[in-house]
Design a protein around this ligand. Structure first.
Ligand code: ADP
Length: 270
């Protein structure tokens, strides 16, 4: 736990000590927090500054390709590569910005009641579009009465990331099943795929920034290495946790589990 006023940050820890006794450890973490803030600000500033030049370069590349005869046929391939790479950089910058925004406003969740079934229908649609006809992306079960208190844009981003990953790590012909239902008093959004799966020892580290099981595969599929880290931050802000089950070569299930205090159950008549 950290207690703070404007000048100092203290971390208090209560640990068992001998029999029936407890020890209170108080650590001054002011300096650590300052460094952390500087790191966050630096990343946010760099990402922000990179946004404009990248948009300009990407825009001109697109325009040049659209002008008849501007790009000789034998150079077209290089233009495509440049466009791909600028696109990747733009995704990276957007993800970095989002992550630093999430990190710097830990307790400032702008809450409304979110119509999760409506949101999931959008996410499923976007997923199917991303896949084209390479996979079947469908909603296997959906509790229409189940809503959440939270931030719609953030939930959109978290659920969308999980569906996008399922598509990117599932070979053509695979299936992506989406579920939204109650489990006891908790609400669970889950995405199950029939993809490549993940070895158990990687699972605890997947939400670390830039952690990838297979770097080249992640790059190939357009990954930034920040997706699950963003998902985890968003879920934590909604008092939710990420559960991951996976079997190598068979597929994975990523579930976002929401605590009862964020769950809103609509009456059927509404
Ligand atoms: P990336 O942009 O590399 O996909 P993420 O943070 O979204 O980054 O995911 C981290 C890593 O977790 C990925 O590089 C990939 O190895 C693994 N991963 C994520 N989702 C899946 C999935 N559905 N199936 C298999 N592996 C996955």
């Amino acid at each position: 736990k950290s207690s703070r006023n404007s000048d100092i940050s203290l971390e208090l820890q209560l640990v068992p000590f001998g029999e029936n006794q407890k020890l209170l450890i108080c650590r001054d973490i002011t300096h650590l927090e300052k460094i952390e803030t500087m790191r966050r600000d630096f990343i946010a500033n760099v990402s922000h500054e990179l946004r404009t030049p990248l948009t300009v370069v990407g825009g001109f590349l697109e325009t040049l390709k659209d002008i008849e005869g501007a790009v000789p046929e034998n150079l077209r391939h290089y233009f495509d590569l440049m466009e791909d790479q600028t696109g990747r950089m733009r995704n990276l910058v957007e993800d970095l910005l989002m992550l630093s925004q999430l990190e710097s406003s830990q307790n400032l969740l702008q809450e409304t009641e979110v119509d999760v079934p409506g949101l999931i229908a959008t996410v499923q649609n976007e997923g199917q579009n991303l896949s084209g006809n390479r996979h079947k992306v469908y909603i296997e079960s959906m509790d229409e009465t189940l809503h959440l208190r939270g931030n719609r844009d953030e939930l959109h981003s978290a659920f969308g990331n999980l569906v996008n990953n399922a598509i990117r790590y599932t070979p053509e012909g695979g299936e992506i099943r989406i579920r939204w239902q109650l489990r006891g008093k908790e609400a669970v959004f889950s995405v199950q795929d029939t993809g490549i799966g993940i070895e158990q020892h990687h699972i605890p580290r997947l939400t670390e920034r830039f952690y990838r099981v297979d770097r080249s595969r992640s790059r190939e599929t357009g990954g930034t290495g920040l997706g699950l880290s963003i998902v985890k931050h968003i879920l934590t802000r909604h008092d939710a946790r990420l559960e991951i089950q996976s079997e190598l070569g068979k597929g994975s299930t990523f579930s976002a589990v929401f605590a009862p205090n964020f769950v809103v159950i609509q009456s059927k008549a509404e």
